[in-house]
Ligand binder design. Structure first.
Ligand code: ADP
Length: 482
């Protein structure tokens, strides 16, 4: 399979390496200010070098123009060869060009001997004749020009000429670029060092996460015994704790599944064992009277009924364990539903001499799965009859407010000890195993009821006192919210 790297989803699947990200961050933090500083220093260096040269040339221009004024170069000593040579020397020293322009803008001296006799009406020259001498910088062309006035020898000191010095900045710029070169080299070394240190630091920082990952991988391989505790950072500590909690839950689920399977096998085996004992004893006897046969066969039939009830209950429970989408919600007349249950259970109650009382406080129509709710309420009423006293009573009350309806099943029965009250909703849990068996209980009734109530987003509460009776209260929302 080829991975198409340019696709965004492929990148997000590959993820971004925290290590690489950190290393890059260190590099950026180190390099950006360094590069910026280098750039600023280079600029400053270049500027001071050029400014220094300008000042130097400017001073020289003033000294030279003064010398020309004193020599009366524009008057009596015009074109004097000696002064001319002096100018050549100065120009050489400054690695520049000296041009002298007279009042008529004619060039009378050019140390480059290129434009003598020509006219120069350039802006600096014009300005200098007007008394504004200064500098003209042409950084792009790598030179600058400085002007200085030459006066006559009269006391009025009229400007009779202009001294123009054109100096090159080429040397300075090549100096600056060699400095720049060493700065670049320095930055390269710094880059390599920073990359190395950044990678080492990033590895060090990410190490606890790596260790965590190794531990998680081991856990994924099925090693659930090992404890995960990576406490270097608060974050790794939080992850470790979360994983530990998830692991404990997983182990609990695992354990309860094992327990459930063990319980199911045990419960299913009990009637089978009885059937086998009954059948074996019948077979071992010779000339068994028909009455005994009938009695044993009826016992076997009872055990088969029991087995079948356990299987039915288990199937109901398994169905209930699936999502609430399995619910078949419709508008149900809860009064009618409860009345029907009570009618169906009246014969059992009469058999045990238990009085069934129904109290309907108001008419209730609610969203519910009729079959499942009916099963849940039946279990409660059946239990109230089963775990009752001789001549006892069971009172079923139906009430509602604007949000919920309540079904209360109270009995005058044997009650449930306080420390067992939470456990009775567990699968196969029975307070008194012998009594439950006697009454045909499977230990699954309350687990089924609780599941049904939870599927309807309701709740179930139990209040009971040993020897006095129990009250189960179911509360379910009138409207089912999908
Ligand atoms: P069973 O099939 O044994 O009745 P249930 O899940 O319905 O299973 O109930 C679990 C246990 O809770 C019962 O075995 C019984 O000990 C206790 N129990 C349930 N309802 C009552 C009640 N109304 N009064 C006293 N004990 C009860």
């Amino acid at each position: 399979m080829t991975v198409q790297f340019w696709k965004k989803e492929n990148w997000s699947r590959l993820g971004v390496s925290l290590k690489v990200l950190l290393a890059l961050l260190f590099l950026m933090i180190g390099l950006v200010p360094m590069g910026f500083l280098g750039l600023m220093m280079n600029r400053g260096y270049r500027r001071t070098q050029i400014d220094g040269r300008v000042i130097e040339v400017q001073n020289q221009s003033l000294i030279t123009s003064d010398r020309l004024t004193r020599a009366d170069y524009m008057g009596a000593a015009r074109g004097d060869a000696l002064v001319g040579r002096e100018l050549d020397t100065v120009a050489d020293i400054f690695n520049g060009r000296i041009v002298v322009v007279d009042r008529n803008f004619r060039i009378i001296k050019d140390t480059f001997n290129l434009s003598e006799g020509k006219i120069n009406v350039s802006e600096p020259v014009l300005k200098c004749f007007q008394g504004e001498h200064g500098i003209l910088r042409e950084e792009q062309k790598q030179y600058f020009a400085v002007t200085a006035p030459i006066y006559d020898s009269t006391p009025e000191r009229n400007i009779v000429g202009v001294l123009l010095i054109i100096a090159s900045t080429e040397n300075i710029l090549s100096n600056v670029s060699s400095v720049m070169e060493s700065t670049r080299f320095f930055i390269l070394i710094a880059f390599l060092l920073l990359a190395l240190i950044g990678t080492l630091l990033a590895s060090l920082i990410v190490k606890p996460f790596d260790r965590l990952q190794v531990a998680l991988d081991r856990m994924a391989d099925g090693n659930l015994e090992e404890n995960i505790s990576e406490n270097t950072y608060r974050e790794t500590m939080a992850i470790s704790e979360a994983v530990q909690t998830a692991k404990t839950k997983l182990q609990t689920v695992d354990q309860s599944r094992e327990d459930f399977v063990a319980n199911v096998s045990h419960e299913l085996k009990t009637p089978i064992t009885s059937i086998r004992v009954l059948a074996d004893s019948l077979m071992s006897m010779e000339e068994v009277p028909v009455e005994l046969y009938k009695e044993f066969m009826s016992d076997i039939s009872e055990e088969i009924d029991r087995e079948s009830k356990i299987v039915d209950d288990l199937l109901s429970l398994v169905k209930m364990d699936k999502s609430s989408a399995e619910l078949n919600i419709a508008q149900v007349d809860i009064n009618a539903l409860v009345q029907q249950i009570l009618k169906r259970l009246t014969p059992i109650a009469q058999k045990r001499n238990v009085e069934l009382i129904y109290e309907s406080i108001r008419e209730v129509v609610a969203d519910a799965d009729e079959t499942k709710l009916s099963l849940a309420v039946s279990n409660l009423v059946e239990n109230a009859i089963k775990y009752n006293m001789e001549n006892g009573w069971v009172r079923v009350t139906l009430d509602a407010d604007h949000k919920y309806f309540y079904i209360r099943v109270a009995d005058s029965g044997i009650g449930i000890p306080e420390d067992k009250q939470d456990s009775v909703f567990e699968r196969f849990y029975r307070v008194d195993k012998a009594r439950s068996r006697e009454t045909g209980g499977t230990g699954l009734g309350l687990a089924i009821t609780k599941n049904v109530v939870l599927m309807h987003y309701g709740s179930i509460r139990l209040m009971s006192k040993e020897g006095e009776g129990s009250v189960f209260t179911v509360r379910i929302p009138l409207t089912y919210i999908y």
